[in-house]
Design a binder for this molecule. Structure first.
Ligand SMILES: [Mg+2]
Length: 108
């Protein structure tokens, strides 16, 4: 998948969510909802990481689906991109700048 495909999907999903939730007339509420959703998805990823290492109750482990881990990683990425979209952050530019910054750390 290319970054352009992901960005197109995020714009489309943002429009679908706005339509579904009544267009988020209050933008601050929209951003807070996106932020809370991100923490929800991060919690779900943490749950899967714990399960991956068998650090959950047995009844939870019994219900574990191995595909859930990768799905939760995707949920965190998608909700992060949706929050960036809501806050008008150019995530591609932000990622490029951050990668340059991280790479500089190792050039000393
Ligand atoms: Mg999820």
């Amino acid at each position: 998948m290319q970054m352009e495909d992901l960005k197109k999907f995020i714009k489309k999903e943002d429009q679908r969510l706005r339509k579904y939730y009544g267009n988020f007339e209050d933008e601050e509420k929209h951003i807070l909802a996106r932020t809370v959703k991100l923490t929800e998805e991060l919690g779900e990823l943490c749950d899967e990481v714990l399960s991956y290492h068998s650090l959950q109750r047995q009844d939870k482990l019994d219900k574990r689906d191995a595909n859930n881990l990768s799905e939760e990683f995707a949920d965190v990425v998608i909700t992060t991109f949706l929050l960036a979209e809501a806050m008008k952050v150019d995530i591609e530019k932000a990622l490029k700048q951050k990668i340059v910054k991280i790479n500089k750390r190792y050039k000393k």
